[in-house]
Design a protein around this ligand. Structure first.
Ligand code: AVI
Length: 314
């Protein structure tokens, strides 16, 4: 991502009648560290739930893959790889022949992940790729091995329904018959549990959102004052959507050097920063179907808060 693309997206988002900034811009170096802190918060249940799924059900997941030749495990946006390691460790113990292929746009993230994986799993065959998901998958197609694709961590929940259909359709078009996709979905549950995960008592999620304004100041020469903004997050149990916002606490103008424009904010005007969708099983089933997959099994944690859903391209 170039600075021009960032400036263009921010300009578009702040000039829109309903202001918005894409949640993909959370993850600069500082935002990625804050996200690591979010994953350690007691309220943020998705991480331990998915860790449990990949620890408890790994034998079953491996069995359902039904691969009888060497294969690739291709992971999109792997993070620190702690959850994935549970699965990889079991495969190594079982002497299964596979290569782990993490893909990320950040060289730094890939370097750290690779060092981390190698130190914990010395026997691991790893071929890291830095770049855009789909151009990397095209590169991989040359290897002509079956693939298990991983899209964990409920990342899919950060996409609107049409965007999710489009993204999963693209995954599907880059996969071969018999390839599998293991994809993480956060499930609908007691609304208070979800609300607390996105509005934590320590203000870490607030800092995560505020970093967007600080990032704009750093990279685009903005003059946002963080004391003039607040954070608000809302879960709607009827449609399963958590929507997060920054709130302008007063009428104010903010200037960006990169666009050489001023942006006006009304008192209490919102900037929408993130969607974190929570799913029902029928929505998951439908999403698999419309994007060209057959659902094999939903693996769950003991509280049934989260599922890693295994899909196949028939
Ligand atoms: C990365 N993504 C799945 C997280 C989520 O739960 O939507 C990001 C996050 N935002 C606030 N807390 C965590």
């Amino acid at each position: 991502m170039t600075n021009e693309t960032f400036a263009k997206d921010i300009d578009q988002g702040l000039r829109a009648p309903f202001k918005h900034i894409s949640s993909k811009y959370f993850y600069d170096d500082i935002g990625s560290v804050i996200f690591q802190d979010i994953m350690k918060m007691p309220e943020y249940y998705p991480t331990p739930c998915e860790f449990e799924i990949l620890s408890v059900h790994r034998e079953d997941i491996i069995q359902k893959l039904d691969f009888h030749e060497p294969f690739n495990i291709i992971e999109f946006g792997a993070g620190d790889g702690m959850k994935t390691r549970q699965l990889l460790k079991k495969l190594i113990e079982k002497k299964v022949d596979f290569t782990y292929v993490p893909i990320d746009i950040s060289q730094k993230a890939i370097d750290e992940l690779e060092a981390n994986m190698i130190s914990h799993l010395p026997g691991l065959k790893i071929k890291s790729l830095v770049g855009n998901y789909f151009s990397m998958v095209e590169e991989l197609a040359m290897f002509k091995k079956p693939g298990l694709f991983l899209f964990l961590g409920s990342n899919i929940g950060n996409y609107t329904d049409p965007e999710a259909n489009e993204l999963l359709g693209q995954f599907n078009s880059h996969m071969r018959k018999g390839d599998k996709l293991l994809i993480g979905f956060d499930l609908q549950k007691n609304p208070a549990t979800i609300r607390n995960a996105y509005d934590d008592s320590q203000g870490i999620t607030k800092a995560f959102n505020m970093n967007l304004l600080q990032r704009i100041n750093r990279e685009l020469g903005g003059n946002f004052k963080k004391e003039f903004f607040d954070f608000y997050s809302h879960y709607n149990p009827v449609n399963g959507e958590v929507r997060s916002y920054l709130v302008s606490l007063k009428q104010q103008d903010v200037h960006l050097n990169a666009t050489d424009k001023c942006y006006s904010f009304r008192q209490n005007e919102l900037i929408w920063t993130e969607l974190s969708k929570k799913y029902t099983f029928s929505e998951i089933e439908m999403l698999a179907k419309v994007s060209g997959f057959r659902l094999i099994e939903n693996f769950m944690d003991c509280k049934h808060y989260f599922t890693d859903s295994l899909w196949v391209k028939d």
